[in-house]
Write a protein that binds this ligand. Structure first.
Ligand code: PLP
Length: 305
């Protein structure tokens, strides 16, 4: 089913009416921030579940603070608008939800202040973000991750995604599925648009929030699932590049990516060169949780219908 509606200028309208001018500030300068959520279709229950919706809108509010955006809706209002829009769409399949806050004034002048903020959402049917979910070949990008004092990756800021796009495209044009991005001081930050974990001697390792990562909701989810369901702790610390090559397992995670096994990095097989047991278990758990199939985690799933 195609995308038919959007929330735009305070109302749900046919998608064709959700248009902005080429003079829009955000279109010219990347001045805005956004979120990415997923809706998961549960066939048995004939229900669509949005995963961790309040957490995504809390993060949107936090992103807004960095770039002087006034969102104008509470988290609860944003959740209600999203449900309303999804009911209009009537999806009976997995989908992606894209809320955007943007500087909507028309005209020239680089700044963040004295500009009108607008808010929009569109949703679209969505399956896999990468083809190789079980067997992803990644490279370490020659591009470096943006710094908190340049364009803060902690906020999901529109303009910052040129950094992600440079990493992703160079990786793809060189024949890799994804890129791993290092910070200016050479530690592992994250993937082009997803967080990264290693499995090392039975526990998980992931970069800390001071490594210019986006503080991922999937990252937090997987740490909790690993601890509670599998008894596996996560070490949060700086990761060296060569730890990647020596890891038993590596995986990417994010709302779009979901959980993706990285089986080769810079032409070196990771562990056995196949998806490892910890990644497999976490991945299976994650897919059950997001579809509302584990009662103890239903609190993370908002039913649409
Ligand atoms: C740069 C970046 N890192 C990490 C993530 C993963 O975050 P989340 O799990 O909240 O989707 C995303 C996706 O939103 C991202 O764009």
């Amino acid at each position: 089913m195609p995308t038919r509606y959007a929330f735009f200028e305070g109302a749900i309208v046919p998608i064709e009416q959700a248009r902005i001018s080429i003079m829009t500030h955000s279109f010219n300068y990347g001045t805005g921030c956004f979120e990415g959520l997923r809706g998961y279709w549960n066939e048995e229950e004939q229900q669509l579940f949005v995963f961790r919706m309040p957490e995504h809108y809390q993060r949107l509010h936090r992103s807004c603070r960095i770039i002087h955006c006034k969102l104008g809706y509470t988290v609860e209002e944003l959740c209600n608008i999203t449900i309303d829009l999804l009911r209009h769409e009537g999806f009976h399949e997995d989908c992606y939800i894209r809320p955007i806050v943007y500087k909507a004034d028309l005209g020239i002048g680089v700044r963040l202040h004295n500009l009108r903020d607008a808010f929009a959402i569109f949703c679209t049917p969505f399956g896999r973000y990468v083809e190789q979910e079980e067997n992803c070949h990644a490279c370490v990008s020659s591009w470096r991750r943006l710094d908190d004092n340049a364009i803060p990756p902690r906020g999901k800021i529109i303009g910052a995604y040129v950094n992600s796009a440079l990493c992703k495209t160079d990786a793809a044009l060189s024949g890799f599925d994804e890129a791993i991005v290092l910070t200016e001081d050479g530690h592992v930050s994250e993937g082009s648009a997803e967080n990264l974990f290693l499995v090392r001697q039975g526990h998980l390792v992931t970069s800390g929030v001071n490594e210019n990562i986006l503080e991922g909701i999937t990252r937090a989810t997987l740490m909790e699932l690993a601890r509670t369901e599998l008894g596996i702790d996560t070490e949060v610390r700086s990761i060296d590049r060569t730890e990647l090559y020596q890891a038993d397992e590596v995986f990417f995670c994010g709302t779009g990516m979901q959980v993706v096994a990285v089986t080769q990095i810079d032409h070196r097989p990771i562990g056995s060169g196949r998806m490892g047991p910890v990644t497999q278990k976490l991945r299976d758990l994650y897919y059950d949780v997001v579809r509302g199939r584990m009662p103890q985690y239903r609190k993370w799933c908002t039913a649409v219908y």
